[in-house]
Design a protein around this ligand. Structure first.
Ligand SMILES: [Zn+2]
Length: 427
């Protein structure tokens, strides 16, 4: 509810969408009721419970293999073997390292993607051993997203064991580069131009059953480096100073960014890390900053981006206008992050199905929100997509104290299975 309150108060144009988000059409509720009464579905639900311990064990196995973004190969190999053992029709690793297990459909005219991400935010050297205290499992990355990967395996295993095939082909996948500077590498590859078309995308990378992510907050991240000759602070005085140019750029940017972000969909900016310089009596040869800008709206994101790039030029020109000798300063603008934004209509079938299932299984009203997940890519392309939860209880994501408890964890797997059956046209 908190998220909806924020959406209502801050996002203006999204008011109606947030209100509608609470409305689940009766036809979808009816479909869920029919589905859960089906003997085949009941059997599949039982099977998910029967393999619950193994699913937790898979999560532990995967968690203990380090896999920082851009280094997912080792975990990918183990995950691929899990998909083979689960009975995938075929398993392959694509050019960027996404591991995909195919469950052929009865018609196979369309393909949809169900995935968790292989990478974590933890660098090599982090202790990723899983430790158990009471009911609680502790390890960096245990929920985000090794639990998701174990769910992907459990889903495939269940469909194979229970001989369930949807009409559409399904790709059960572990994907690369979701976190930080991974910058959605795996998704950008899967949704690149000319790729095998994916008709829908279900990402398992969220919280509770009723927490449904139907929007992607886009982001742009830059490393900007102003460069000059550098020299003695007294002896070389008069050459361009990169720190001055950077400071002028920030001074130019902030008032414009402030005015621009006061209205409309939430849009943010942060000059986050600064560096450069060697000693107090030296004019630096470089000055750099890492900057993060985000918005739910692609238009606003492009707008603030424009202001930012203009301000960089302004800063550069201001410093170059006062140099007394030496070469003009230059600037390198390196884009280190680019995640598109987008929003799936709450009335669209995939979101309606997800909400109806969540309501049935949790008893709670579903809450729609926007986030930064793998489904940003599909949202931005207008392809049906949603990010759903991993189940159980967890916390401390992206910290060394990350934890998870198997409190009704199977419900998230059942939720994902129902969604697959509904989305895939199960017959
Ligand atoms: Zn994640």
């Amino acid at each position: 509810m908190k998220i909806n309150f924020l959406a209502l108060s801050a996002f203006g144009v999204l008011i109606s969408i947030s209100v509608q988000a609470q409305v689940i059409q009766q036809s979808y509720k009816d479909q869920v009721e029919t589905l859960v009464q089906d003997p085949a579905v009941k059997k599949a639900f039982d099977y998910i419970l029967r393999i619950d311990e193994q699913t937790v064990q898979d999560m532990i196995t995967l968690t203990e293999i380090p896999s920082p973004s851009h280094h997912e190969e080792e975990k990918g190999k183990v995950f691929a073997q899990m998909l083979r053992d689960a009975g995938a029709d075929s398993v392959w690793t694509d050019e960027v390292g996404n591991v995909i297990g195919l469950r052929k459909g009865t018609k196979g005219q369309k393909t949809f993607l169900v995935e968790g991400h292989l990478d974590t935010v933890f660098p090599f050297g982090t202790d990723v051993t899983v430790k158990q205290r009471g009911d609680t499992l502790f390890a960096p990355g245990i929920t985000d997203a090794n639990r998701s990967l174990a769910i992907v395996v459990a889903l495939l295993k269940t469909m194979v064991h229970e001989n369930i095939r949807t009409k559409d082909d399904i790709w059960f996948a572990g994907t690369v580069g979701e976190e930080g500077l991974g910058d959605l590498k795996g998704m950008k590859y899967l949704f690149r131009e000319g790729a095998h078309p994916l008709a829908a995308h279900i990402a398992i990378d969220g919280g509770g059953l009723e927490d449904i992510v139907n929007g992607g907050i886009g982001s742009l991240r830059y490393k900007v480096t102003f460069k000059g000759p550098g020299g003695h602070s007294y002896g070389a005085f008069g050459i361009g100073n990169p720190h001055n140019a950077l400071a002028q750029a920030v001074v130019a940017f902030v008032p414009k960014a402030d005015a621009f972000t006061k209205e409309g969909p939430k849009t943010t900016y942060s000059v986050s890390v600064l560096g450069g310089g060697t000693s107090v009596n030296s004019i630096p040869y470089e000055s750099w900053m890492l900057v993060d800008m985000r918005s739910e709206s692609q238009e606003k994101l492009q707008g603030i981006n424009q202001l930012f790039l203009e301000s960089i030029q302004e800063g550069l020109e201001k410093e170059n206008a006062i140099i007394r000798r030496g070469k003009a300063l230059t600037v390198d603008i390196e884009k280190v992050g680019d995640r598109p934004s987008g929003l799936a209509d709450p009335d669209s079938p995939l979101i309606q199905r997800t909400m109806a299932i969540a309501k049935h299984l949790s008893g709670n009203d579903p809450v729609l929100s926007s986030g930064s997940t793998n489904s940003n890519m599909a949202f931005s392309l207008g392809i049906p997509a949603v990010t759903i939860g991993r189940g159980g209880e967890g916390g401390g994501a992206h910290s060394l104290d990350e934890w998870w408890v198997n409190k009704d964890g199977h419900l998230a797997i059942q939720q994902a299975l129902l969604l697959i059956l509904m989305q895939g046209g199960w017959i």
